[in-house]
Ligand binder design. Structure first.
Ligand code: P6P
Length: 295
């Protein structure tokens, strides 16, 4: 995360250097940042003996552990640089990760059975957010903790102890450009968000949408409210990926006292996966806000 943060914070410069030098000092073509981040994570995690396989948003198939290294009892799933299209305009982006205990025999290569587990089986999950400050937010099933990078010493220091999401907040976070493609129920909910309803003591909600999942979920975790990426007539399963976006973020939100569903009343962490890159509709946030969406 420190290495990725260093390069993300110099993205514009790398581009400039890249265009003058065309290749870096190793004579390699200047990589896209998400490919770069992918390699950084794989090389950091392939030799420690903890993993029997990895899965990345950037790779179609399972990434095996090189035969010369020991195989461990976990699998790692990650989106190395989510929202990377935002980097060109200096918007916060992030790395999302999820860890499962293997279910196949020790010592062998991880198989799809190890990866296709429902989200409630996660051992740990979290994200790094590369924003005004770099933060690591993670859970190991006993609460959610946030660490802020102090660049002057190169360490992550505990800055957010035992994060709890507010019960409710008048903020909704969704790409309203998709409004006409949503179900009637979802359109009704969004219309309801915008209304002052004195008899329900309800004010119109604020809309906050950064378009970078890690940033939108991080704000929702700290301020409350709800982040949604619903299914629509074009994408029946929505846009976000189950295994390395929705599941880790849902684990974090639930561990902080929030809720995560597919917008159809199903707890997101109970969806049984059948594909590494399958998509899912997503509604995550304060418990009372998620209940409003479901209602
Ligand atoms: P849209 C970024 O490309 C991303 O994968 C997520 O980080 C973000 O939440 C979503 O897509 C934004 O999608 O369709 O609103 O631009």
């Amino acid at each position: 995360i420190k290495i990725i943060n260093r390069d993300v914070s110099r993205a514009g410069l790398v581009d400039i250097l890249g265009s003058t030098q065309m290749t870096n000092i190793q004579g390699e073509e200047v990589q896209k940042l998400d490919e770069f981040a992918n390699g950084v994570i794989y090389r950091a995690m392939d030799h420690g003996g903890h993993l029997c396989g990895m899965a990345s948003e950037e790779n179609e198939d399972i990434l095996p552990i090189p035969s010369e290294y020991p195989k461990g009892k976990y699998v790692l799933l990650f989106d190395p640089l989510d929202g990377s299209s935002n980097i060109d305009v200096n918007v916060s982006i992030g790395t999302i990760f999820s860890i499962l205990r293997r279910v196949t025999p020790e010592g062998t290569d991880g198989t799809k059975d190890d990866f296709f587990q429902p989200g409630y089986k996660q051992i740990a999950a979290g994200y790094a957010i590369y924003g005004p400050s770099a933060m690591l937010v993670y859970t190991a099933g006993r609460g959610v903790y946030g660490f802020t990078l102090d660049p002057s010493v190169g360490e992550f220091l505990l800055s957010h102890d035992n994060i709890r999401i507010p019960e409710h907040k008048g903020i909704y976070s969704v790409n309203e450009g998709n409004y006409n493609k949503w179900s009637e129920g979802m359109r009704n909910y969004i219309d309801w968000c915008k209304k002052d309803i004195p008899e329900e003591n309800k004010k119109a909600y604020s809309l906050r949408y950064i378009g970078s999942m890690v940033a939108d979920v991080h704000r929702t975790l700290l301020y409350g409210g709800v982040f949604l990426y619903p299914a629509d007539v074009k994408s029946h399963k929505g846009k976000l990926r189950l295994l390395y976006e929705a599941n880790p973020m849902s684990f974090i939100i639930e561990q902080a006292g929030g809720k995560a569903t597919d917008g159809q009343g199903n707890r997101l962490l109970e969806i049984v996966p059948d594909g590494l890159h399958q998509r899912t509709p997503l509604v995550v946030g304060s418990p009372k806000n998620v209940d409003e969406v479901e209602r």
